[in-house]
Design a protein around this ligand. Sequence first.
Ligand SMILES: [Zn+2]
Length: 75
Amino acid sequence: MIKIPIDLAATIYLIISVCILFMWFILEKKTKYIRIKKEDTFWICPLCFYEYVDSRSKDISRCPRCKTLHKKGEK
Ligand SMILES: [Zn+2]
């Protein structure tokens, strides 16, 4: 078995812990970004008032209930 000094072992353990925390922080940020993006593609059909999420398009969308195409912000 390889003998390592306790202070070196503690340093390695600390570095690994910080790395895990940093990665977790990045992943958490990414998840929040996706959530905001999904809110951007939230649609309300002007004909049947059906609420749905369509992430494929930003300007034009097809309502899954009445199958009509409508633009973003159309009333
Ligand atoms: Zn509709």
